[in-house]
Design a protein around this ligand. Sequence first.
Ligand code: CTP
Length: 409
Amino acid sequence: MLTKKFITLGITGGIAAYKAAELASTLNQAGAEVHVIMTRAAQKFIRPVTFQALTGQPVHTAMFTRLTGWRVAHIDLATRSDLIVIVPATANILGKLAHGIADDLLSTTLLAATCPVLLCPAMNTGMYQNPIVQENISRLKELGYYIIEPATGWLACGQEGPGRLPALDLIFNQIKDLLMKTNEVDFQPGRSDWQGLTVMVTAGGTREPLDPIRHISNRSSGKMGYALVRAALSRGARVILISAPTAVSPPAGAKVIWVERTKEMYEQVLTHFSQADVVFKAAAVADYSPRFTANQKIKKKDEVYLLELEKTPDILFELGQRKQLHQILVGFAAETENLEENARRKLAQKNLDLIVANDVTQPGSGFGQDTNIVKIIYPDGKIISLPQMEKTALAHRILDLVLPLRVKK
Ligand code: CTP
């Protein structure tokens, strides 16, 4: 899966350093060539020999070791890496990177690198919430570093709160995502035509609970919404992602707000709407919710069970009512019949600037797939019919079409 990928795994001095061993092994098993750099403090928590055994490569700890020919270690690792991931990233390395300090092998490698860099902060809650650390994290995000927010829970220092290293499968999925992105022909690094814009994306399928065990939902995988998030981030936008449950991990670099029910999505979307220049409403939203949610598991009794449902708020309709002149609203319509007619009606009713419509019954265009076949419809009736394409490529096409709409306004 990661064959021919050169990954530099940086380990800094936090208690979560021991978890980096499992990540090194997973990356190695996935076929990547993994080179580990350990800071002096990291070696107090775990020994280099562990990583040497897990990766089959020598572990880099010193600044002035010559690797191949005349290349020094930090330049060699920086230029050969397809990706650098720091697990865990301490407050110290975040601070150094945010301010351009290069005083050891890891910090010099980071400064010399041009590949994507994924930072996984883990530390005590007080340190993490310290405004200086938060300021450094914001600065690094602005500079294009990918950051996975730490998880909340029990910390080795005995406190509870944000600061735990995120689950390793989340980090691994993020690494795969970033490496795939740099592979894609349509990924346009260095293109920053969305810089300065704030984009709000909703993704996934909302869930309406019936009881503590069951819910009503839909087949949305979240892939289209997440592809838009990645494309917008890669072109310089700031992204707020309001995500219902999905089958895939969210891209790093966006501000992620998790929701479950339509009502929660409604509240979060409206709270953040004023910040958004463009909204992509890619989520598949439940239109009805059970009138009553049982506190206990519903037991089977009668042959027929009648469920009473009530309408949920139409989020996009509400945005259409509130939108300001500079804001662009892009809706999505997944249909099974009368594609154009239904999409046009939604475009008008919800006061949208563009609607992306697909017929989910067509092969290559259904839920959960990596491709889509869409028609993009404008308020003046113009239609662009696109052929089957990867959702990532489609996301860039949508961004290409939306940008001129802002200029027009
Ligand atoms: N949408 C929304 N809030 C809802 C329902 C839909 O914001 N309660 C948004 C979706 O995110 C999508 C667009 O409206 O961008 C169209 O969604 P869709 O489910 O296709 O349309 P509905 O308006 O729900 O109409 P219908 O279910 O009759 O097809």
